[in-house]
Design a protein around this ligand. Structure first.
Ligand SMILES: NC(=O)c1ccc[n+]([C@@H]2O[C@H](COP(=O)([O-])OP(=O)(O)OC[C@H]3O[C@@H](n4cnc5c(N)ncnc54)[C@H](OP(=O)(O)O)[C@@H]3O)[C@@H](O)[C@H]2O)c1
Length: 310
């Protein structure tokens, strides 16, 4: 499973695990059996790549991956650095991850934030050279930080696999400032997280359950009506839903969408959307309409507050 082409789309798991988290944030929790069926659908569709981190599902997400995912499934996990560094911290955290995953290896391991880049990446390079990590990626990095990380990895003879940043129809800053092109020029994958903006890019249905996210989004949803309309029209042309248009928007540009899936139909949708190619004209219409609404969610660099100064 080393061919990069298999990374068509990624199953996001940050709402796996805690029922309370699901209920409060998303309006409903899902049970273990539903997640089991979701995993089965992902395996059947060849979308067997699960993206996670220690805090997902209030700490339960990784354990569920270990319990529910068969050995052939690929795991994309992260080390989340704080604003202090203590030698050996990545290895210690990684060993805990392996216990959660019930494995001796992680397929892709990301440095979740650009804190202590040299120190943390050096530890990841050691794990890579020991064969415990299949690929190294970086997440929530600016272009300058990406270049710094790549230089360090190049010097160690280790490829930079990918950059995982926030990107969607309404959050395209990483494209505008050249990061996405830099990735393409260097054969580095760009993975987009929250392509549905945690539900904001799913046009609301009448009678759907209220949740914290939906309350936060209420005002923005009405401003996004022109975009929803275009997504519907374009989706109908391709036989997909408006939400799938947000996924296909990424894959049509060579960007790998990570989509939060906790129900089997969401895998089916993601798989189908990743094969749809929107035309340049359709992409332009979506971008222009999104820009004209002026709607943003904290911007594409929303975790900068957690990055150490200096
Ligand atoms: N690297 C990082 O710093 C970072 C940060 C955040 C997230 N991530 C990764 O990115 C993933 C995606 O982000 P996310 O899960 O927060 O948000 P998301 O994928 O943008 O949106 C999830 C929302 O979309 C809905 N949805 C999913 N598939 C759908 C479909 N086919 N049709 C209609 N609605 C659909 C879900 O509905 P339900 O509520 O009904 O399930 C949920 O409300 C995460 O799971 C995580 O793996 C990475």
């Amino acid at each position: 499973m080393s061919d990069k082409n298999i990374y068509r789309a990624i199953v996001g798991t940050n709402s796996w695990g805690s029922k309370a988290y699901g209920k409060v944030l998303r309006g409903s929790g899902v049970d273990k059996e539903t997640l089991r069926q979701t995993v089965r659908e992902a395996m059947d569709k060849g979308l067997a790549i699960f993206d996670t981190a220690q805090d997902y599902g209030l700490g339960m997400g990784q354990k569920l991956i270990g319990e529910l995912c068969p050995k052939q499934a690929l795991i994309s996990a992260k080390y989340t650095p704080g604003t202090k560094y203590a030698e050996g911290q990545v290895r210690r955290s990684f060993e805990k991850d392996l216990k959660d995953f019930r494995r001796d290896h992680v397929d892709i391991y990301w440095l979740h934030l650009p804190n202590f880049i040299e120190q943390n990446l050096s530890e990841m390079i050691e794990l890579y050279k020991e064969g415990k990590i299949g690929n190294i990626g970086i997440s929530n990095f600016s272009l300058d930080e990406c270049k710094r990380a790549k230089k360090l990895l190049d010097d160690a003879g280790v490829p930079l696999f990918g950059v995982q940043n926030h990107y969607s129809i309404i959050a395209r800053e990483w494209e505008k400032n050249g990061l996405v092109d830099w990735c393409k020029e260097n054969s580095i994958q760009f993975w987009a997280w929250a392509v549905l903006e945690e539900g904001l890019l799913v046009p609301p249905k009448k009678g759907s359950k209220l949740s914290v996210m939906k309350l936060i989004y209420l005002n923005r949803q009405s401003r996004l009506l022109p975009l929803y309309k275009k997504m519907y029209i374009i989706g109908r042309r391709h036989g997909i839903t408006a939400a799938q248009v947000a996924m296909a928007f990424c894959s049509s540009k060579g960007i790998v969408p990570i989509c939060g899936c906790r129900k089997p139909y969401q895998i089916t949708d993601l798989d189908a959307a990743a094969d749809v190619h929107l035309t340049d004209k359709e992409i332009k219409v979506l971008e222009q309409t999104a820009d004209s609404t002026g709607v943003k969610i904290l911007g594409a660099d929303m975790f900068r507050f957690a990055v150490r100064k200096g």
